[in-house]
Design a protein around this ligand. Structure first.
Ligand code: ASP
Ligand code: MG
Length: 390
């Protein structure tokens, strides 16, 4: 259908004033073509609900957890619809189940199974602007589900696909996808067009612009995405498939990695990965110079990981020991890397006296583990070494 989808993240709808601004932006777009809106919870709200649920002993996997943490979106959708109506436009809000967006029963990170576009199409044809709660779905057990943190991006992409919309616009407080987080490196460059594959890697490896699953979904369904800011006018970044993949497209950074040394057999090694995956804990397994294995995981996930591993200790035979807390991972993102590219990167880092603790080769790039104290210097060297400034 000739229409667009516009999604607004938490910071774009953080206050009533910002909701009014967003409504103006929607009204301007609506003058050109029908718009379906997807919203996140107001900034900070979901985090607070997650904390409440955790404090009462609930967590991802529990259906009640989803009832609680999904509720912030309901408030934003209602408030934005009210604002649009006050401006003389026609609008209505939708919870995920009212679309419906059908998902699996994996509470906390449900998988979308189908999106019925009929209600939305009817609205769009009658000049109504639907405002859909992001992040929400409904399970076969007739319970509210959530699509994983940052899941409103996925809602926007899935709705764009269901409507066969011309474009899925994702608005937040950043004006596009940068070669590296501009908060860490002000010389970072805004990328005008990036391939799904590269964007997916960036999202998976730490760039916070888009939820990883949303990029995956967009790639499979060929949904064109534009990332832009709701605060400043700027072309932003287009994510699509009709551009050649570049050798180097950017750097993704994950800070605050904690290291654990592990003594275990190969069997338990695999069990650990499986266990952590089941609880959505991403880890990097590295082999240190002394021949031992270490796990690097996000510092915030350390308490959860410790409790998981202590429960499973009899099966897994693990002696875990926290070693250091101050690692960061820089991932070079690109395509068609070869041995010469790897060598050049490593030698440029060596020349700048940056100690690389571990380097792993991915299909489309390289992961480098450095001490966080040398992170900024490493970014500078890598950004130049990969020619990302041009
Ligand atoms: N409000 C949810 C979260 O904070 C979903 C989203 O914002 O995309 O994760
Ligand atoms: Mg987000």
């Amino acid at each position: 259908m000739d229409c667009i989808v516009q999604k607004f993240g938490g910071t774009s709808v953080a206050t009533l004033e910002r909701i009014r601004r967003v409504a103006e932006l929607i009204a301007t777009s609506y003058r050109m073509q029908p718009v379906t809106v997807v919203v996140s919870a107001m900034a900070g709200v979901t985090n607070r609900f997650v904390e409440y649920a955790h404090d009462l002993g609930s967590a991802e996997g529990d259906a009640e957890y989803d009832s609680v943490v999904s509720s912030g979106e309901l408030v934003t959708a209602g408030l934005l619809s009210i604002t649009l109506k006050n401006m003389g436009l026609k609008s209505r809000s939708y919870a995920g189940w009212q679309i419906p967006i059908e998902t699996s029963c994996r509470y906390g990170s449900a998988v979308i199974q189908s999106v019925n576009p009929n209600n939305l199409v009817k609205d769009l044809k009658s000049g109504i602007i639907p405002v859909v709660c992001g992040f929400q779905g409904i399970s076969p057990e007739n319970r509210v589900t959530t699509l994983g943190r940052g899941g409103s991006d996925l809602t926007a992409v899935a709705i764009s696909d269901a409507l066969k919309a011309d474009l899925c616009e994702i608005y937040s407080d950043v004006d596009g996808v940068y070669t590296v987080d501009p908060n860490l490196y002000p010389q970072a460059r805004c990328i005008d067009k990036i391939h799904y594959n590269e964007m997916k890697e960036m999202a998976a490896l730490g760039a916070k612009v888009l939820q990883e699953q949303s990029v995956d979904y967009a790639m499979k369904k060929n949904v064109r995405i534009r990332v832009a800011s709701s605060f400043v006018e700027h072309e932003g970044t287009i994510i699509c498939s009709d551009i050649p993949e570049k050798k180097f497209s950017g750097l993704a950074v994950t800070q605050n990695l904690s290291q654990f040394k592990i003594r275990h057999t190969l069997k338990s090694h695999l069990s650990i990965i499986k266990l952590l995956e089941q609880h959505f804990i991403r880890c990097e397994i590295i082999k240190t110079l002394d021949g031992k294995f270490s796990l690097l995981i996000d510092r915030q996930k350390v308490p959860l990981m410790k409790s998981l591993l202590s429960k499973e200790n009899h099966i897994l035979d693990i002696k875990q020991e926290m070693v250091r807390k101050n690692f960061s991972r820089i991932s070079v993102i690109g395509s068609n890397f070869n041995q010469d590219d790897h060598e050049k990167i490593i030698s440029d880092l060596n020349r700048s006296k940056i100690e690389v603790f571990y380097c792993s080769i991915r299909k489309n790039g390289l992961n480098l583990i450095v001490l966080t104290e040398s992170l900024l210097k490493s970014i500078d060297v890598l950004h130049k070494s990969c020619g990302l400034g041009k």
